[in-house]
Write a protein that binds this ligand. Structure first.
Ligand SMILES: *Cc1c(COP(=O)(O)O)cnc(C)c1O
Length: 419
């Protein structure tokens, strides 16, 4: 459920008409609903309430500080994958002791920054990283809490580009080596192994891969304990899928039940790292139709948003529902390819999509654009970053302003031999 509904024939974000926002900030723009973010966080928190847990919002899904702050105010921590994200989380008011730092390629200076910031834990993804981290922390006089992110070799049955838990993916420490590495870690001066982590992929639409991964985690915890090693934390990552089409996806409450069923008696503190599940349905991308172009075999709706603003369709062939901002008066549908202005054929949001009849200057909204939307945007074709707006009831705020192309040009200069 979200708070983007039609009222009097036009689409609203909570109590604010999208047409009003379009007038205010221009198109294209992202809009987030605070009530929807809160609702999704609370649904997830409720689903795992039987467990002692910290919910660390995966900042890469939506890293706007106003979004992070909304969740932090409800008690959320943060899962970050770069120092940039760590800085955002701290700036948004997430306490350092609720931040976990994942990622396969943390540099020495990244690790130094995280140790100094006193975050909750670093999720170590290789033996090589472990050695560097222990050295970094020792030099800083610290013993850094860590968990080992293991790769459980489970097929998440999701898009290949967002599957992370197979042994041929770059993530985590192979599960067959995990016990040995944990033992090694427990003898290092700069790290304090607390437990294990896994994250097998994103947009999982079936619970069975989670079950398989959880069982493997449980086995490993048992093995570590039988060797006299302490395990007090288990981080189960994120990955819960959401409906982009009319499809059925597992409910958070079912996911929570599964965790309790498989791991409830483990006697550990849990961490969860949901991203998409919290932010996905809480955002729209709003765009204006520039032209409806009639080609020999197709009708193209050329809109002012492009693949640089929302990459998911071109990157993952992802589906986003596209709806008109003004509710159509008839059921008449026309088949369009919805495309952006970028000079790439891949700049296509939808092929052969049946939509209400569109005309130049109509506004359309992409649903479920709150996760992996703005965060993946870039400036290809010298298209500057678009604004992000947050709505709460009848209030709204521009939480990232539109970047001026001049601001981008100011970053560049001619070589001194060119002047
Ligand atoms: C991307 C990512 C997440 C979030 O995944 P969602 O599918 O958005 O829930 C969580 N943990 C890690 C380590 C990630 O890389």
């Amino acid at each position: 459920m979200d708070h983007f509904q039609y009222k009097n024939g036009e689409l609203y974000a909570e109590d604010v008409a999208l047409t009003k926002l379009a007038e205010e900030v221009g198109t294209p723009f992202y809009v987030y609903s605070r009530a929807t973010l809160e609702r999704h966080y609370n649904v997830f928190a409720d689903a795992v309430k039987e467990l002692d847990s910290t919910i660390c919002f995966a900042v890469k899904a939506n890293s706007n500080i106003a979004v992070i702050k909304t969740l932090a105010d409800l008690g959320a921590g943060a899962d970050v994958v770069s120092v940039g994200e760590l800085k955002r989380a701290l700036k948004a008011g997430v306490p350092a002791n609720k931040v976990v730092f994942s990622g396969v390629g943390k540099s020495r200076s990244d690790l130094e920054y995280a140790v100094k910031a006193g975050i909750r834990q670093i999720n170590v993804e290789s033996e090589e990283e472990l050695v560097v981290l222990s050295d970094v922390a020792t030099k800083l006089g610290a013993r850094m809490p860590i968990v080992l992110r293991v790769n459980p070799n489970v097929d998440a049955k999701t898009h290949e580009k967002i599957s992370t838990g197979k042994s041929d993916n770059k993530f985590g420490i192979d599960w067959t080596r995990a016990v040995e590495v944990y033992q090694r870690a427990s003898n290092m001066s700069g790290v304090d192994p607390k437990g294990l982590a896994c994250h097998i992929g994103s947009q999982l639409v079936d619970l069975e891969p989670f079950r398989a991964a959880f069982r493997r985690m449980k086995e490993m915890v048992g093995e570590l304990r039988s060797l006299g090693l302490d395990v007090t934390r288990v981080d189960l990552g994120g990955g819960l899928g959401i409906p982009y089409e009319e499809d059925e996806t597992p409910l958070p409450v079912e996911y929570g039940k599964l965790v309790v069923e498989e791991l409830g008696d483990l006697g550990v503190e849990f961490e969860f790292e949901p991203g998409r599940m919290i932010a996905g349905n809480a955002g729209l991308l709003v765009s204006e139709v520039l032209y409806v172009k009639q080609a020999p075999t197709k009708t193209f709706a050329v809109i002012d948003a492009a693949m640089n603003d929302l990459m998911r369709p071109s990157l993952y062939s992802a589906y986003h529902a596209i709806v008109p901002v003004f509710e159509p008066e008839t059921d008449e549908k026309v088949t369009y390819d919805v495309v952006g202005p970028i000079c790439e054929t891949g700049d296509t949001f939808a092929k052969d999509r049946k939509l209400p009849k569109l005309a130049s200057a109509d506004l359309v909204a992409f649903r479920t654009a709150g996760a992996y939307g703005a965060t993946m945007s870039n400036t290809y074709n010298s298209r500057a970053l678009i604004p992000e707006v947050m709505v709460s009831g009848d209030q709204y705020a521009v939480v990232r302003k539109r970047v001026d192309i001049e601001e981008l040009l100011d970053l560049e200069s001619l070589a001194d031999w060119q002047s």
